[in-house]
Structures are given as C-alpha cells and as structure tokens.
Design a protein around this ligand. Structure first.
Ligand code: SRM
Ligand code: SF4
Length: 590
C-alpha cells in the first residue's frame, strides 16, 4: 500500500506560520505524521477512552472514533462515573465490495467485539460500533488477516471511494470498480503510523518525507470521491467533492465526466454554511483518472481554507475562488484542457431490489437492509442469515450507498442454494416494503453519534410507517418517494437531495425539507423549522393529498412540491439559505 501520488505542486505556500492557521493544522503538524501518543493513550487503564491531548482526533485518520453511549450519559453523570466509552471503527472498502471470506471475518469480529452489529454506511462500507478500547487492536488485526484496513476512513484525507453497484452490467461494473480501487489506493496516505500502532511494525528511519503529496498538514478537510455508472445515480455523484460519471460508447467505458464541489454539511443558524451540488466541468479519457484525481485533490490541498475549518471543504474553496479559476488550476496541473462534458442521463438515485442477471450470466440479489443495520432481532436474524449465505457463497458482496447489500456474482448453478437460504431466514420477504421505505435512509445518530441532536436510525422506521398510512389513504402507496433523515444538519444520509428530508434540531424536533430531485440532481428546501411529529405528518398529509389529485403524469413528488409552490426551487447552494452567498473571505483567511 504505497501512495503513488505525484510530488507536490504547491503553488501556494503551506509553510506559513502555524499560529495564523486553525488549531487542527497545528495539531497535524505536531502529530509526527499522525502517530501522536496514540499507543500510550491506549494503554492508559484509568479511562475507557484514549488519553493524550490530540489522540482522539488523530485516531480518526486511523478510521477510529471515540464515542460514548448517550443513552447512559445522564445516568453515568449522576453516578459520577465517566461516560460509557467505546469506539467506532470504519473500514476502507473501495466501491463497497467484500469477498465472502471477508464477510465471514467481519461477522466474527462483530460478534466478538462489536456488540454483534454490523452497520452498512451511506458510503458503502461497514462500521463496528461499541468496540472497547482493549479490543481495538484485535479487531484491526483481524481485519488485516483478510486484507482490509481502516486507513483514511476518517480524517482530513481522501475518504472511502464509492462506486455504483450496477448488478446488470457486469463488465462495466468490474471496470469502474477497479478504477475506484485504484483511486482509493492512489490517494490514500502512506500512514506508516498505522502499521506501527495497529500491526506492531517497527518504525523505519528514512530521510525521505513520509507523505510526499500530503505533507505534514494533510488536506484542509475531508475529501470525498465517487464513481457512478448512469442511469443510476446510486452514489449521489453530485454530493461528492470529486465525482466521476462513467461515459460509455457501445457499452465500452471511454472515460468520465468530472463533477467537483459537492457536499452536504451545514450548520443551523450559520448561513455561511450550505449544501452544494457538484458542477460538471468536463470529460477525461479513462486513462487520466489518477492524474485527474491528483490535479483536483492537489488544488484543494493548496487552495483550501486552513484557517476556518467550517469553510475548509472543497465546495467553499470553489465558491471563494470561483469555478473558472479552480477549473483552470486543475487543467494547469493536468497539463491539458478538459474536453467538453459528454451527454449522460440519470433516472434515480435508489437501488433496484431483488434478483438481477448480469450479462455474464451470473446472478445478483439486492437485499433491503433498513438503515444499514445488520443485527439479529426478534423475528429477523439478518446477521445469522447473511453469515449462512457467506459460508456457501462463491461470489462477492456489494454494499450500496443506500445502505443495502447485494449478494453478487452468484453462479447460475448456485442460485437455488442462495434463494433457499434467503427463504430459510425470511430474507426473501425483506424487499416486500412500500416504495417509500425502500427509498428511505437514516444516519446512525443516537445513541453512538456524539453530534446527534435527535434520533434518526431508531426513529425513521416508525415515522415511515405513519407516512405509509397517509400515502395509502391517498392511493400513493406505489409512488417511489425518497425520504431521508439525519440526527443533525451534518447530512450523513445526504438528506438535502431527498424529496422529503428531516434533520434533527432537538429531541423529537426536526427541520422538514421538500423538493429534492428524484435522481439527486437538485437540492431541497426547508419547509418547516424545528417541528415535531404532528406538524411533520400534517404537512405530508396536506401536500400528499394535493399531489395525488393534481400531479402531472410521471411527475415526481419533489418536482411537484416546487411546481405547486410549497418550496422554491434551489438552483445553487447559495439559494438554500436565502442569503447572498458565498461570504467572501479576505486573502489573509486563506
Ligand atoms: Fe458523517 C461526522 C457518520 C456519511 C457529513 N459522520 C460524522 C460522525 C463521525 C460524527 C463525529 O464526527 O463524531 C458520525 C459517526 C456516527 C456513528 O455513530 O456512526 C458520522 N457519516 C456517518 C455515517 C456512518 C452515516 C451512516 O448512517 O451511514 C456515514 C459514514 C460514511 C463512510 O462510510 O465514510 C457518514 N457524513 C456522511 C455523508 C454522506 C456521504 O459522504 O456521502 C456526509 C455528507 C456529505 C459531505 O461530507 O458533505 C457526512 N459527517 C458529516 C459531517 C459534516 C461535514 C461537513 O462538511 O460539514 C460530519 C461532521 C464533521 O465532519 O465535522 C460528520
Ligand atoms: Fe451524527 Fe449528524 Fe452524521 Fe447523523 S448526520 S451521524 S447525527 S453527525
């Protein structure tokens, strides 16, 4: 795992005095390339967390977060106990693909250390929650046995690289998936610290810089990349910092249209923060994908805001400097002008469920996993069922960016066996849900997420049941409508492109949004602020009633809410908050 990114092309001076930069920049520089004192902090028996000033933040670059059980927080405080600490471990799984052997190992580790829970994330990977400090190394070493790591799953680096799952187009998927893997390997930091801390390798002295491309300050902020195969925008390409849209001719991949500057995160009552959809800036032949990654990531490395972290995402860099300037900078680094973007079309950003046959004759089964949580519950042994399938499966698994699982590449001969196991565990019934539920997505939120202000994963299923009743009364039960919920405005379930979205404000209170594009092409807009369930259901009831009566043939719910005037169309991130954006930063801020 070596980083092959080209050496720095730093048109800006990153060696400015650290006191002029944000505190996290100084932390990265003094971290000894992300080693900090993590090893010592893990040995501290006084706490269930990790001690040492910077270590909790530094561990994010290693794919590990300190958390505490928020259900127990108040009680523990009353008892004068420290919070019930545990850790989240996020895997690096480019394109969301795992082998059956890897699945079995994940299942084993989840049962041993992760409270028997596997969580498929909105970026196609897995998280273990509830891992105790003393089990961290065993978990990460267990992953290493099946060639999985957690490097750069979090932190100011290129995060998990996504790719469409596309069960039907086997060879195209293989090619695009391979590119996703190459981009991930190419862009990830070398991170010798990871090998030393988690695998116990010796530190090797070298006069060479450890991170020739990323330096000591890494990127200004997280950076997200995704590859999509039209017509399904199943990775929400416009929400990625850098997106590659596969372009084909006669079924053959010729290259990619590039989108830049997507992002969801925002903060309530901070209008200078906003979600933004990526701009399509041109086309590159497929051979140029790594060079394009270098050029775009390098531009953000050198021009991103290293002073104000809340404005450090690439979307703000673009809006601060202007799209034309950033595009020109990318082309300068590439050494050639981008070709004009090629035509493409998206039809949805959801998954297609059930059986599909690939062009190579192999079968794929997309299984609905509500909000990505794979556990055994009364009446549904999902963890057991998928383990039984992994034990015999000769193909792979693909995690979707909608938090579902594809049992992929099943040879025709094996299909009856997999079908029988799906039936045995009742998994063959899981896809029999309303189209609303099949197009629903919630972030984790409580009780593990430290930033959650309201429930999400634990509440959305109940709310969906109530909305299903409303839709059924109006004859809309067959209508595909996307609904997404998050426990805070950070937007981990990409809510701002959903047709109906809820973001948490306080326990039981949400902002309600309408108008997102059905294939992720348009941001939604706030309709009600900080309201509870009654107001949410009331609004849905009224609008759904009118939609059932007045919609045009084929008109999607999100489109209707705009046409009927419930919300204004948002054509650019700046219109999301109805204020003049972007706020301009002075040159010294950058
Ligand atoms: Fe996220 C922070 C969970 C996808 C935007 N996200 C967090 C943390 C780590 C909270 C924290 O910092 O302490 C959450 C851990 C909760 C837990 O207990 O698991 C968390 N994010 C998740 C996951 C697990 C949600 C899920 O239900 O699947 C997703 C993991 C993805 C992965 O595999 O890498 C996840 N997060 C996203 C996405 C969606 C995406 O990338 O496609 C977004 C919006 C896109 C974007 O980045 O703009 C997202 N997460 C954030 C943000 C806001 C970033 C910003 O620009 O403002 C934060 C907070 C931060 O970074 O400061 C955050
Ligand atoms: Fe946590 Fe907020 Fe992300 Fe949900 S959206 S997982 S509450 S940070």
């Amino acid at each position: 795992m070596t980083n092959t990114l080209a050496g720095p092309d730093r048109s800006r001076d990153l060696s400015q005095p650290l006191e002029n930069l944000g505190p996290d920049e100084a932390m990265k520089v003094r971290s000894d390339q992300l080693r900090g004192t993590i090893n010592e902090g893990l040995l501290d028996a006084i706490t269930g967390a990790v001690s040492g000033e910077d270590n909790a933040k530094l561990m994010k670059f290693h794919g590990v977060y300190v958390q505490d059980d928020r259900d127990l927080r108040d009680e523990r405080r009353r008892q004068k106990l420290e919070p019930a600490y545990s850790f989240l471990i996020r895997l690096r799984l480019p394109g969301g693909v795992a082998t059956a052997a890897q699945w079995l190992k994940l299942d084993e580790l989840a049962r041993a250390y992760g409270n028997s829970s596997l969580r498929v994330t909105t970026r196609q990977t897995f998280q273990f929650h509830w891992v105790l400090k003393n089990d961290l190394k065993a978990t990460i070493q267990g992953l290493h046995e099946v060639l999985i790591d957690t490097i750069a799953a979090c932190g100011d680096v290129v995060r998990g690289v996504m790719a469409s799952v596309n069960p039907n187009l086997s060879s195209l998927h293989a090619e695009v998936f391979d590119d996703a893997r190459r981009v991930s390997d190419h862009a990830m930091p070398n991170m010798r610290a990871y090998h030393e801390i988690w695998y116990g390798e010796e530190r090797v002295a070298s006069s060479e810089p450890e991170e020739p491309f990323l330096g000591k300050q890494y990127l200004p902020r997280k950076f997200k990349i995704g590859l999509v195969i039209p017509p399904y925008n199943d990775i929400d390409v416009y929400t990625q910092d850098l997106g590659f849209i596969a372009i084909t001719e006669d079924g053959r991949l010729t290259g990619y249209n590039i989108t830049i500057g997507g992002g969801m995160g925002r903060t309530d009552q901070a209008p200078e923060t906003y979600p933004r959809l990526g701009d399509v800036i041109g086309f590159i032949p497929k051979e140029q994908i790594l060079a394009a990654t270098d050029a775009v990531v390098g531009t953000q490395r050198d021009f991103g805001d290293r002073k104000t972290r809340a404005h450090a995402r690439f979307k703000y860099t673009i809006d601060t400097h202007g799209l034309d300037f950033i595009k020109g900078e990318i082309e300068r680094r590439l050494g050639f002008a981008l070709e004009p973007a090629k035509p493409f079309e998206f039809v949805s950003n959801g998954d297609s469920y059930g059986w599909a046959k690939g062009e190579d004759g192999r079968y794929h089964y997309t299984l609905f996993v509500e909000n990505g949580r794979i556990v055994n519950r009364e009446g549904l042994a999902l963890l057991d069922g998928l383990r039984a399938i992994a034990a015999v499966h000769q193909g792979s698994f693909r995690m979707t960016a909608n938090q579902n699982v594809v049992i992929a590449d099943i040879p025709a001969k094996q299909k009856p066996k997999i079908a029988a196991l799906l039936k045995q565990f009742g998994l063959d019934q899981r896809n029999d849900q309303s189209l609303l539920r099949l197009n629903s997505m919630a972030c984790v939120a409580l009780p593990t997420c430290g930033l959650a202000m309201a429930e999400s994963e634990r509440y959305l299923p109940t709310l969906v049941t109530k909305i299903e009743t409303i839709l059924a009364e109006k004859g809309l039960e067959k209508e595909p409508i996307t609904i997404r919920m998050t426990g805070c405005p950070n937007g981990c379930a990409r809510p701002y492109v959903a047709e109906i979205a809820l973001t948490g404000r306080a326990p039981g209170k949400y902002n309600l949004y309408f108008g997102g594009g059905f294939h992720g092409q348009r941001l939604n807009k706030m309709y009600l602020e900080n309201v509870g369930e009654d107001a949410i259901l009331g609004a849905v009831d009224e609008i759904a009633g009118n939609y059932a009566r007045d919609r045009a043939p084929g008109e999607h719910f999100g489109d209707y809410t705009i046409r009927a005037g419930y919300v204004k169309e948002v054509r650019a991130g700046r219109e999301f908050n109805d204020v003049e954006l972007p706020l301009r930063f002075s040159a010294t801020d950058i």
